[in-house]
Design a protein around this ligand. Structure first.
Ligand SMILES: Cc1ncc(COP(=O)(O)O)c(C=O)c1O
Length: 406
């Protein structure tokens, strides 16, 4: 009988990726829950409310039609791609060709990963934010590229990117793709139109491509819509020459489990992604696409209510933590997160140690900052996925913990 073993084989991509930010504290949560404790879990940014009824009804209607149960290869339902173009026209006065410049994806994560796989390989260099939403670093890594970073906590994003580009050039590396994300996860930072224009100019002049993640388009608390790279003050046709933008239905319309998003802009990038996807999938379930099209055409008011929901929760959490004695709590200017330094009660601990202690001692779960990259060390992230009464309860628990530690 053969005794050969497979153990000597490595799985290079899986082994290259650090443990996902939200998985790291799962074991501690499970242990505390096993003792019967009720944990207020503000870790994963998983929207808690159901999708608005009107959108679900569109799905229900479309799902009764047998034709809609088939594979749907290609760039997405034409009706949805037209709705995407309408969304950009209405909000940002930007026009796109639905046949050549729009691609529907199974969530933003899927779109960004597919784009990186289509564009990148070993030997390519990518610039990603640090700290960042894990896929911004993960997608280029999965594609085999090298990832360099720029600070996403710098006050001037364009300068931070310029510094990183200069550092890369000095090291003899040409950056092929820059990834940016505003409003930003995990820091809750937003960008002004002028700052976004400066960012686009820096990338344009460098000769790199740009991937901008606009998942929080509706969650900018300073203005109704967060700025788009296609409405930043540079002519849109210049931006289209090197950039794409991603938007997700997950946050603006409470549709995280539906897995639907889209990418818009540079024809070559969109067509590379579409080509890759002819191999990897057959498109999102058609009724989901119909419902998404309806939401984009008719859902501005729904998205506005969702934004106000998160804004209210952010206010409640900032107030509650400050009242509890948590120092340096600054209100986020956007997103569904609060990013705060580790409190003095946990001084000297790493962000994962502080997270574990918070779960054990206050029964409140957050995400450790280090899960978003080395630049996140020293911070933790609260996701605003509970209503104010539960947020206030979390803050009372933290206040009691601080008192005991004092
Ligand atoms: C910046 C950012 N982009 C994309 C996503 C995920 O989008 P999707 O659900 O469409 O994959 C998230 C989710 O937290 C996010 O924070």
């Amino acid at each position: 009988m053969s005794t050969s073993s497979t153990e000597h084989w490595s799985f290079p991509r899986a082994e290259l990726l650090p443990t996902y930010a939200f998985v790291a504290s799962d074991a501690v949560k499970a242990e505390v829950r096993a003792s019967g404790a009720d944990i207020i879990d503000l870790g994963l940014g998983n929207p808690d409310r159901p999708t608005p009824r009107q959108i679900v009804e569109q799905l229900q209607q479309a799902s009764t039609i047998g034709e809609n149960h088939r594979y749907h290869p290609g760039r997405g339902l034409f009706r949805l791609r037209e709705a995407v173009c309408g969304w950009y026209q209405r909000r940002y006065s930007a026009s796109f060709d639905p046949n050549r410049q729009v691609m529907v994806t199974m969530g933003a994560k899927d779109g960004m990963t597919g784009l990186c796989l289509a564009m990148l390989a070993a030997g390519d260099t990518v610039l990603a934010p640090d700290p960042c939403y894990p896929i911004h670093r993960g997608a280029p890594l999965i594609a085999g590229a090298e990832v360099l970073t720029y600070s996403s906590t710098a006050d001037e994003p364009a300068e931070a990117i310029q510094h990183a580009l200069t550092r890369a050039e000095r090291a003899g590396k040409a950056v092929k793709l820059v990834i940016a994300n505003y409003p930003q996860n995990p820091t809750g930072r937003t960008i002004t139109r002028e700052q976004l224009k400066a960012l686009c100019k820096v990338v344009q002049q460098s000769g790199a491509f740009l991937l901008h993640d606009l998942a929080y388009a509706d969650l900018d608390f300073n203005q109704r819509f967060a700025p788009s790279i296609f409405d930043c003050g540079l002519p849109a046709n210049q931006v289209e020459a090197f950039a794409v933008e991603v938007f997700s239905m997950s946050k603006s319309y409470h549709m995280p489990g539906w897995r639907i998003a889209y990418m818009v802009g540079n024809e070559r990038m969109i067509s590379a992604l579409a080509h890759l996807k002819t191999y990897t999938d057959y498109g999102t379930f058609i009724p989901v696409q119909h419902a998404a099209a309806w939401a984009l055409d008719n859902g501005d008011e729904l998205a506005y209510e969702i934004r106000e929901l998160y804004r209210g929760r952010a206010e409640a959490l900032v107030q509650g933590l400050t009242h509890a004695g948590w120092e340096n709590v600054a209100a986020p200017s956007g997103t569904m997160f609060l990013w705060v330094p580790i409190p003095p009660a946990y001084a000297g601990l790493s962000s994962s140690e502080a997270t574990a202690r918070l779960i054990r001692e206050a029964h409140v779960a957050v995400s450790p900052g280090s899960g978003f990259g080395p630049g996140g060390e020293g911070f933790v992230r609260f996701a605003l996925i509970e209503d104010p009464p539960r947020i206030e309860e979390a803050c009372r628990r933290i206040a009691r913990l601080f008192k005991r530690a004092a």
